[in-house]
Design a protein around this ligand. Sequence first.
Ligand SMILES: CC(C)(COP(=O)(O)OP(=O)(O)OC[C@H]1O[C@@H](n2cnc3c(N)ncnc32)[C@H](O)[C@@H]1OP(=O)(O)O)[C@@H](O)C(=O)NCCC(=O)NCCS
Length: 245
Amino acid sequence: MREISNVRQAQIGVWVSVWAGATLFATWVFAHRFPWGGGVAHAGTFIFFWFVFGVAGYRSILALVPLRPGDMNPGSQEEWVFQVIHLPFNFFLFDPVVRSGLLPTCFSAVVYRLFGARLGKNTYPGHSTLFDPLFVEIGDSVSLGHQATLVPHVMEGERMGCFPIQIEDGVTIGVNAVILAGVTIGKGAVVAAGAVVHKFTCIGPNEIWAGLPARRIGTVNGPSGLPAGMDRPLPSKDESVGVSR
Ligand SMILES: CC(C)(COP(=O)(O)OP(=O)(O)OC[C@H]1O[C@@H](n2cnc3c(N)ncnc32)[C@H](O)[C@@H]1OP(=O)(O)O)[C@@H](O)C(=O)NCCC(=O)NCCS
């Protein structure tokens, strides 16, 4: 992993201190205005403002100094934004909110949109994890299985970069699947449970991919257009099922 210089560590300190200072000030103002409720109410107020100022600060800074897709060269603007703004945002807001497991599924889409993800209708990340939401675009009615993980960043030794992951309408991502940077998945495709989809893989519409590394194992052939196996009763042991080769 690339080192974070002392200067950048100090800049991280400034960004987090401003964020914490604004949160404490707003909490203090509210505690004076609405003194009832005691410590629990003040803790709730603090958490609320930590979230609001974190999202507002992060999105505003990134609007001014965008984190563009691609490789991050040492000393580049992208490397600076990633190390100084994006990583602390992840450690102090994204991880506690998303990865704690406390975020109710019904709110997950709203929170991810606030963090920058583009999500279609009827798509709820729930207990999957979409890292670097700014680089995640998901269409309508996409099923994201429990603990599926999307990783748009590349961190391999000294190599760093962010590459968008694009998932079209009606895709199913199986439980525990891992989708790596730069992957595109076409309409109605299925990524099997536990699959690991390599960087920059292109999965075509209605294809079924499985395994580690993920390979195309067939296509969806359900007449209703639903993923294989979901549009008919479960097959008997010997019956052939939805994957057509
Ligand atoms: C990929 C999948 C759609 C295939 O289902 P299916 O059409 O009923 O097919 P079968 O279970 O009969 O398996 C067909 C072949 O795919 C293989 N296969 C199925 N699931 C697999 C998986 N997760 N990983 C690797 N191979 C898999 C089977 O071993 C079989 O191979 P074979 O013909 O060489 O024996 C299904 O197994 C799956 O992973 N669904 C994801 C469900 C999910 O997690 N949804 C999200 C919930 S929110």
